[in-house]
Write a protein that binds this ligand. Structure first.
Ligand code: FPP
Length: 253
């Protein structure tokens, strides 16, 4: 991974070019629903947590590839507000994995100019996990490369509810409420909306991810489970995105 302050020539960009990706029209923001860890592990007769560990390993590679390619924002769904309903040992394992990842990856993020941010109800996480996540966000705040947003205890509806609560608390009247105002009270209002949302492991569902911001994003589903979603599949998803015509509700001739 390299700093992508300017899009340098590098192996990933050359490979993407050969794979049919138009380097001049990259999506600014990619969001990923990293699905299929459990099925990947089960197919190998291994516990589901093993799948999440492989998912984490793969996320490191995909983050590096997105950075090298020149993607400015990558947002990943690491733990949804609904994932608390999973068996307690899986929830605990995921929480430990997140804590370890935030601790272990700080050096990588600093070396590679990655800025980490969060989306979700972070105040509901354990104090230890909250501390390490917020430390990583603070320590990488000045980095100018790819903005990597980890959605943890995140729900799209909850995010909209939180924005509405902020607006009510700030005393806005019904007639003051506009789409711009709601957008300005989401978790990361300064980020561009995702252009491309990738979901792995074949399910064609939105699953409460970036509901407001994803209203006009292009959804690309890959059949490959997340632990196996590699560079080739990333290039395919970007090329598919580039072949779509985005209309934003209008008529495009
Ligand atoms: C969905 O697969 C995946 C999750 C709920 C967790 C995603 C977490 C990771 C990729 C690893 C942790 C990330 C970090 C940053 C440490 P699933 O379990 O629903 O798969 P299934 O549909 O096959 O059961």
């Amino acid at each position: 991974m390299r700093s992508q302050d300017k899009a340098e020539d590098n192996a990933v960009r050359r490979q993407a070019d050969s794979a049919g990706v138009d380097l001049a029209r990259l999506p600014a923001h990619i969001a990923i629903i990293m699905d299929g860890n459990g099925r990947w592990a089960k197919a190998r007769g291994r516990p589901r947590l093993m799948g999440h560990r492989e998912g984490y390993r793969n996320l490191r590679k995909v983050l590096a590839d997105c950075s090298d390619l020149g993607i400015r924002y990558l947002t990943v769904y690491a733990f949804s507000a609904e994932n608390w309903r999973r068996p307690p040992d899986e929830v605990e394992g995921l929480m430990k994995l997140l804590e370890r990842a935030a601790r272990d990856e700080l050096r990588m993020m600093l070396q590679n100019n990655v800025r980490m941010r969060l989306a979700g109800r972070i105040d509901e996480l354990s104090p230890a996990l909250r501390r390490v996540l917020l430390d990583t966000v603070a320590t990488t705040e000045g980095n100018t490369g790819i903005v990597f947003t980890l959605a943890v205890n995140y729900g799209g509806r909850a995010e909209i509810v939180d924005a509405v609560r902020d607006l009510v608390a700030a005393g806005f009247e019904p007639n003051d409420i506009t789409e711009e105002l709601v957008s300005a009270h989401l978790y990361n209002p300064d980020q561009p909306e995702p252009d491309l949302m990738i979901r792995t492991a074949g399910e064609v569902r939105w699953s409460n991810f970036l509901l407001w911001q994803g209203a006009y994003c292009e959804l690309v589903v890959s059949d490959v489970p997340w632990p196996e979603f590699g560079r080739r599949q990333l290039f395919e998803a970007v090329a598919t995105f580039q072949h779509r015509t985005r209309k934003f509700g209008a008529v495009v001739e």
